[in-house]
Write a protein that binds this ligand. Sequence first.
Ligand code: PEP
Ligand code: MN
Length: 337
Amino acid sequence: MIVVMEERAAEELVQRVIDRLMEDRFDVHRSTGVLHTVLGGVGGPDTFDTAVVQMMEGVKEVHRVISPYKLASRAFRPEGTIVKAGKVEIGGNKVVVMAGPCSVENKDQIERSADIVADGGAQLIRGGAFKPRSSPYSFQGLGEAGLQMMREAADRRGLGVISEVMEISQIPLLSAYSDILQIGARNMQNFNLLRELGKIRKPVLLKRGPAATIEELLLSAEYILSGGNYDVILCERGIRTYETYTRNTFDVSAIPAVKKLSHLPMVGDPSHGTGRRDMVPAMARAAVAAGADALLMEVHHDPEHALSDGAQSLNPVQYMDLMKQLRALAPVLGRTL
Ligand code: PEP
Ligand code: MN
């Protein structure tokens, strides 16, 4: 149930509604907008009569939420959410770029990467230190040493850091080094991991699973939100279809769909979305045109020798060229970059 309070309703009235909902065992989540306070009541009895709350002083509207996700739904925060990751804001007018290698490979590589992505105008550097590889014989990442190298390189260039957390035990480490914790596509429905991420107070970027529906993505976000961590960012990274030309099928339409259904920022990852660096620029432009709040892209100083995902990593020239195009495109869409 969503309760929208009157404009600038007094705190005492808001508290009375919260108390009344809690009396019926609702878990109450609060969103304080510029004008309206919105309360999200989760759980509670199905038989609860919304008129009880509707009639309370200071209440403007009450809606029963029929979608299975409540806190992720647009109704909870109609104006949208801006997630702050360090100095970077995701979900506002500015299109944020998060770029870097698939994996942190060594000090030289990540230092060069920081220079390339910062020179091109990205605000965050990406790079996996714990890698979910399809084969156990492939490079698995450098672990903490990799995170340390990436943090140093990022700080030198004033960049934020985003890196993947694969399991619960890695959360403290990732929280220490990274500004955003990435949940990989393969872990989108690792519900125990999602619950733990609901307890921390760091932004989480949740990738859509390769076989997940948009509703399942939003339900996974709900696991994190219901734990009290409201800094969730969603990401389309391609889904598995019968097409084999591309690594995945980049579902551009998921971007406007999520923006309509949810208040959470939505990111496009055209690198995993296509698996081919020759197609990344076109899909990056498409994602921005479709309303993406940010792009997550793989860039490598020497893609032919990358230890993972070289085929989909932009080389520095391609990356610089794309950033130039995006800077021209954003204003046409009423955005900045
Ligand atoms: C990655 O970002 O390098 C990655 C492993 O992505 P995904 O989880 O989307 O496959
Ligand atoms: Mn990758």
